[in-house]
Design a protein around this ligand. Structure first.
Ligand code: ADP
Ligand code: MG
Length: 313
């Protein structure tokens, strides 16, 4: 069964802004899934719809087999959500925030207290249980939201940019914790605009851009593809036939030009050696880049812009 199934999901804000333009996505149970995309791509919109915070315009959403239109309450119970912005009552004590959340799911208070202790210990906030939550640091607030999201034992944990603004040390310990949650069988979906984060944590990645899924791959395949470089080779002498070289995809652009896809294992050096063995001499090389790399460069540039704007504000 899928932890999450989206079919032709669309969202228009007001009557103009199409934030989601027909998203299809299927995430199996047990997956650790990254939704990567620049600011404004539609990540939070997607997550808010799945978590019933925002209404979809059209399309189908199923959470752990429950259709959002028919079984909304059951679907909601399957999800633990860590939203992008802090949304708890900052004047409430840490422990109460978690205990009250359990109450929303109908968990009796005595049981809620036990669970709150377990969740707060897991995120290293047990010491802070009697502190008014406003006094927590940014990283602690985020961990509190994670504890709160886990108190009803959701099958699907969804985190919207969980490490935005969290310093590197805490980020790494959060990664470790999320891995352990996933190892215990919980499906984890997170959004991020850090490729590095997706790369470190997730087994599957989808890239969303302007409301559309543009890439949806196993992380390992994706990395292999990114590492495969496309080079343009200028030849010393013209060739009439495309050389066949094992392990490399080679195309002929014209008599003096070849385009070669170079995987990381063989490298450019391996390619040159094999070409030379066929009597082909290369006199110049230009480094193109893969389509994915172009996406990533844009993603990085756009999130850089955004971080810059944030720092300036
Ligand atoms: N409540 C809203 N009303 C109107 N437009 C919105 C609202 N929320 C988001 N948007 C717009 O929808 C687009 C997608 O936003 P969002 O889902 O927040 O993207 P992301 O989380 O990837 O940064 C953006 O253009 C954003 O300005
Ligand atoms: Mg967002």
């Amino acid at each position: 069964m899928s932890a999450l199934l989206l079919r032709d999901l669309r969202k228009t804000y007001g009557n103009r802004l199409e934030a989601l333009k027909g998203v299809d996505l299927e995430i199996p149970e047990g997956e650790f899934f990254a939704l990567l995309g620049p600011n404004g791509a539609g990540k939070s919109t997607l997550i808010s719809i799945v978590s019933s915070l925002v209404n979809k315009t059209s399309g189908r959403v199923e959470v752990c087999g429950y259709d959002l239109d028919r079984d909304r309450e059951a679907a909601k119970r399957c999800i633990g959500l860590v939203p992008q912005e802090v949304n708890f009552n900052q004047f409430e004590k840490v422990a109460n925030i978690v205990i009250n959340q359990a109450g929303y799911y109908g968990i009796p208070r005595r049981e809620a207290i036990v669970r709150a202790e377990r969740c707060l210990r897991q995120v290293d906030l047990w010491d802070k249980r009697n502190v008014v939550s406003r006094q927590l640091s940014g990283g602690m607030k985020r961990r509190l939201m994670i504890a709160r999201a886990l108190v009803h034992d959701p099958r699907l944990l969804i985190l919207d940019e969980p490490t935005a603004g969290v310093d590197i040390e805490i980020r790494h310990s959060m990664w470790e914790f999320l891995r352990s949650v996933n190892r215990r069988g919980t499906t984890v979906i997170l959004t991020t605009h850090y490729l590095e984060e997706a790369e470190n944590l997730c087994r599957h990645i989808a890239i969303i851009d302007h409301g559309r899924i543009v890439v949806n791959r196993r992380m390992q395949e994706l990395l292999a593809e990114v590492q495969t470089q496309r080079y343009t080779l200028e030849l010393k002498y013209p060739i009439s036939q495309v050389p066949v070289i094992e392990g490399y995809a080679v195309e002929r652009e014209d008599a003096y030009t070849l385009i070669a896809e170079v995987p990381p294992e063989g490298g450019v050096h391996g390619l040159f050696t094999r070409l030379a063995a066929q009597g082909i001499e290369v006199q110049g090389i230009r480094n193109g880049s893969s389509r994915l790399e172009q996406y990533f460069m844009r993603l990085i540039a756009e999130s850089g812009d955004r971080d810059g704007a944030g720092a300036a504000a």
